[in-house]
Design a binder for this molecule. Structure first.
Ligand SMILES: NC(=O)c1ccc[n+]([C@@H]2O[C@H](COP(=O)([O-])OP(=O)(O)OC[C@H]3O[C@@H](n4cnc5c(N)ncnc54)[C@H](OP(=O)(O)O)[C@@H]3O)[C@@H](O)[C@H]2O)c1
Length: 319
């Protein structure tokens, strides 16, 4: 595990330690090398990243920051490991500089979309947390061609503060965040838009995405509200979503509105679909809740590794 001392890395180490089919070979940190942490009820000592025996692991997870991750993915792959990268470096729409580094992901690991590719994958780009919520909410509409051509899909989403990682920042101090609520990255420029657009393009969806993230005064969780203009009215839209996700172990189309407390500490996505009243063009409102550190990061990474290794997809994951 690279980047094991951060939020996503610690979460993934804890999951791996509780997984009956996996062993945590090593946990590597940067500044926190040599430090001990209790993860999943076990004591783990972080090794320095340069000392990590990359070739000793069947799967290397990287939870390094953007920019730092791609070179380590290349090193892990060169050492013979299959890699799941949680950073944005290798996601679609984030092309790495091919001259500087020849590594590329062969699979974008939105598990529900990528299962067949995952079985053969060498390098998986794990989706961003917001992208996971938004794409899970949109997938049935994209796959069935329900969205009005030329439409703008408006997404307002809010995340808890662990989404920003654990590097200290003044704007993320308790006093700045608590009892407060604000938008950020306003202007449709958030990093996750690239991968969301890339998935829309895979379905030939002729849409604009207008995405505005917000900071919630909670530790973990994302709630995304997606406004989908439709080409034609859909009589029972929730039934369409339920049919699309039938049999999915971690995606549930729920009757009540999704709430963060129902998905926190679970590798779950809860989705609700409602028709919007009073609109000239038929419109759906899709709401999605996930835990950013589980379904949005470490949980989905382990789900992908389970598929990649031919293990039970649900092994070691809190559903
Ligand atoms: N947080 C989320 O909700 C979330 C969701 C989806 C994806 N992600 C992605 O997952 C990755 C990790 O996110 P995070 O929130 O866990 O970040 P984080 O809490 O800031 O952790 C970053 C990790 O990377 C290590 N690191 C940083 N620079 C390093 C360097 N130069 N050499 C070696 N190790 C270094 C840190 O180690 P030291 O602190 O010991 O230096 C730490 O273990 C990011 O790419 C992020 O975008 C995060």
């Amino acid at each position: 595990m690279l980047g094991a001392s951060g939020y996503a890395g610690r979460t993934l180490c804890a999951l791996a330690l509780g997984h009956t089919g996996l062993e945590l070979a090593w946990a590597a940190a940067g500044e926190r090398r040599g430090a001990r942490a209790t993860l999943g009820g076990r004591s783990v000592t972080f090794v320095g990243i340069e000392e990590a025996p990359l070739g000793d692991a069947a799967v290397v997870f990287s939870a390094l920051p953007h920019g730092a991750s791609a070179p380590w993915v290349a090193r892990a792959r060169a050492a013979g490991a299959r890699v799941v990268d949680l950073s944005a470096d290798l996601r679609p729409g984030h092309p790495i500089d091919a001259a500087a580094d020849a590594t590329a992901a062969d699979t974008y690991g939105l598990t529900e979309l990528a299962r067949d590719d995952l079985r053969r994958a060498a390098i998986v780009a794990n989706p961003g947390c917001y992208a996971t919520a938004v794409l899970l909410g949109m997938l049935p509409a994209l796959a069935r061609g329900l969205v009005a051509p030329g439409a703008t899909v408006v997404v307002a989403a809010a995340s808890g503060v662990t989404g920003a990682g654990d590097t200290p920042r003044r704007d993320l101090l308790f006093g700045e965040v608590t009892e407060n609520y604000r938008a950020y990255a306003v202007g449709n420029e958030h990093r996750h838009l690239a991968e969301m657009r890339a998935v829309c393009a895979r379905f030939d969806a002729d849409v604009d995405l207008l995405f505005t993230p917000h900071l919630l005064p909670v530790a973990r969780g994302i709630l995304a509200t997606i406004t989908l203009p439709l080409a034609e009215p859909v009589r029972d839209p929730a039934a369409v979503w339920r049919a699309w996700y039938a049999g999915e172990p971690f995606v549930e189309v729920v009757a009540e509105q999704p709430e963060l407390r129902h998905v926190a500490h679970r590798n779950a996505a809860h989705i609700a679909v409602a028709a919007a009243a009073g609109m000239r063009r038929p419109t759906l409102i899709v709401t999605v809740a996930i835990d950013n550190l589980l379904k949005g990061a470490a949980g989905q990474a382990l789900q992908n590794a389970n598929v990649l290794l031919g293990l039970d997809e649900c092994a070691g994951l809190p559903s």
